[in-house]
Design a protein around this ligand. Structure first.
Ligand code: B12
Length: 451
């Protein structure tokens, strides 16, 4: 069987390799197949699509919500070319029936895809029934059949490393702070499943809420492969909550140090999962930056969104991280349930008081499959069902009880403004943290030298 895995294009500059497809491919390769991955963001355009698709029997497409229209074009072209179309990822998992309809897809694979996809390919190859394969949604004589919930892979060390050799790895550059942008940067995943209950997040529909963590050996071996096989020394760890288990993180760091890996890396996490001891290890092992999903400085909002982290915990985390000398990126959202002028002001004050961190501001967006999606729809807050507009580069798609879409845009601008600092203030601040000053200078010097 000739199998093609496709990642549709999107507008964002920021681009990371499609690890999900690379995992599907590595499992297929282990079982004797030779899949091909084509990422529309880096190596193919819609002009070449028909002739490319004709060469394949099966086309698998992965996409996030804003990419659905591009996925539809590819899917329909694949159907015209006579391929069997299989779709997966967060949007298809949340809305399987809609995706069967809209994309004319043959199968939706729900959630974690490795096992289901392999079993499906094997069944299709032998023309066998697919009814016993868990995690599938498909149509049979106009009836929608759901075969039951996907079974998670309990031991994620058993999954082969993603098939990076099928990607043009060096074409991706993640423009996150903490890295030398002139050298290649790549990403990896070291865990699946986040226990938090944040109502805006759709990760749980893919990987559940029970964390499954790769062992330190697995993680460090994958890093070694990235360094030695692909010549890349900067890694963004894309886990939802990298520091869930402190001892595991410390062991990973100890291994990076004892094996003298030439690597710098960054991660994202929740503010209530840190300790100074762990942060010191991370710093020593080449971590440069930690992303924190702070979301809002209003306790009422944090409660509404079931963040499970208090603003006091965030303050403490910032203090701890600053002492270690790691960079912080604080991610905030505007427009969560209950957002009002007061809650925006609370966040603006917080931002204004913490000028030593970098910020990412976005709008709270009701993605399908989340509790926020249902609540925002029930309350009629949602402006559009055009999925292409559910993207960070666009304005808000959902209002709140007290704030209109326009007011939310103003709030967004207010936060950006609060995060900017006068040069004089920045100099004073940096003088108060001699370690940061020294490290900042070294970083700049290294950057200048192109290291
Ligand atoms: C890295 C990342 C990004 C990267 C790039 C991702 C990439 N692949 O290139 C960047 C930063 C660009 C990004 C952007 C966005 N992201 Co993002 N991102 C992630 C993150 C943190 C990790 C992705 C990853 O590598 N996962 C690991 C792999 C193994 O999982 P996977 O890709 O989902 O694939 C598995 C299954 O889904 C399934 N599968 C997937 N595809 C297919 C296809 C087939 C055929 C089959 C059979 C199975 C299958 O099998 C795979 C293996 O198990 C996830 C969170 C998460 N935990 O996954 C969010 C996540 C995917 N992102 C999300 C969102 C919301 C966005 C944005 C829309 C944000 C915004 N408001 O703009 C943008 C999209 C931009 C756009 N224009 O489309 C949401 C998805 C919600 C949704 N309904 O789409 C997630 C789940 C985060 C969340 N907390 O809710 N993202």
């Amino acid at each position: 069987l000739n199998i093609l895995l496709v990642y549709p294009p999107y507008e964002l500059e920021l681009s990371a390799p499609p690890l999900g497809l690379a995992y599907l491919a590595s499992v297929l390769e282990r079982n004797g197949y030779s899949p091909v991955i084509k990422d529309f963001r880096v190596e193919i355009g819609f002009e070449d699509i028909e002739s490319t698709l004709k060469e394949y029997d099966i086309v698998g497409i992965s996409f996030m919500t804003p990419m659905v229209n591009a996925a539809e074009i590819i899917s329909k072209a694949a159907k015209r070319a006579g391929c069997t179309v299989i779709v997966g990822g967060p949007h298809a998992t949340a809305l399987p029936e809609e995706m069967l309809e809209k994309l004319c897809a043959d199968f939706v694979v729900l959630g974690e895809g490795e096992l289901t996809f392999l079993q499906l390919i094997q069944a299709l190859e032998k023309d066998k029934s697919v009814d016993d394969i868990k995690g599938l949604v498909f149509k049979e004589n106009d009836n929608v059949i759901k075969t039951g919930e996907t079974e998670f892979i309990q031991d994620i060390d058993s999954i082969p490393f993603p098939a990076r050799h099928l990607l043009q790895l060096k074409k991706y550059s993640i423009t996150y702070p903490g890295f030398n942008q002139r050298k290649p940067i790549t990403s990896m995943i070291t865990s699946r499943g986040c226990p938090a209950k944040c109502i805006f997040c759709s990760s749980h529909i893919l990987f559940g809420r029970k964390p499954r963590l790769a062992s330190p050996d697995y993680v460090v071996n994958e890093m070694k492969s990235i360094i030695n096989d692909y010549g890349i020394n900067q890694i963004n760890i894309s886990d939802d909550t990298f520091t869930l288990n402190k001892q595991r993180v410390i062991s990973i760091c100890e291994k990076i140090i004892s094996e003298k890996l030439d690597v710098i890396w960054a991660c994202s996490t929740r503010a209530n999962t840190l300790s100074t001891e762990m942060l010191e290890h991370m710093k020593a092992a080449g971590c440069t930056r930690i992303g924190l999903g702070i979301e809002s400085a209003s306790p009422a909002i944090l409660k509404n969104i079931k963040k499970g982290v208090t603003i006091e915990q965030v303050e403490k985390a910032i203090e701890m991280i600053n002492v270690t000398g790691l960079q912080i990126v604080g991610y905030f959202m505007v427009g969560n349930l209950g957002e009002s002028n007061e809650t925006v002001s609370a966040t603006a004050d917080f931002v204004g008081n913490h000028k030593d961190i970098t910020y990412g501001f976005s709008y709270a967006t009701p993605f399908p499959g989340t509790e926020f999606f249902n609540l925002a729809r029930e309350k009629n807050y949602v402006r559009t069902k055009n999925w292409a507009e559910y993207v960070i580069t666009n304005g808000p798609v959902a209002r709140t009880e007290e704030l209109s879409l326009n007011q939310l845009e103003q709030a967004h601008n207010k936060l950006i403004k609060s995060s900017r600092d006068s040069l004089a203030k920045r100099i004073i601040k940096i003088m108060r943290h001699p370690r940061l000053l020294a490290e900042g200078l070294i970083r700049r010097f290294k950057h200048f030298k192109g290291e």
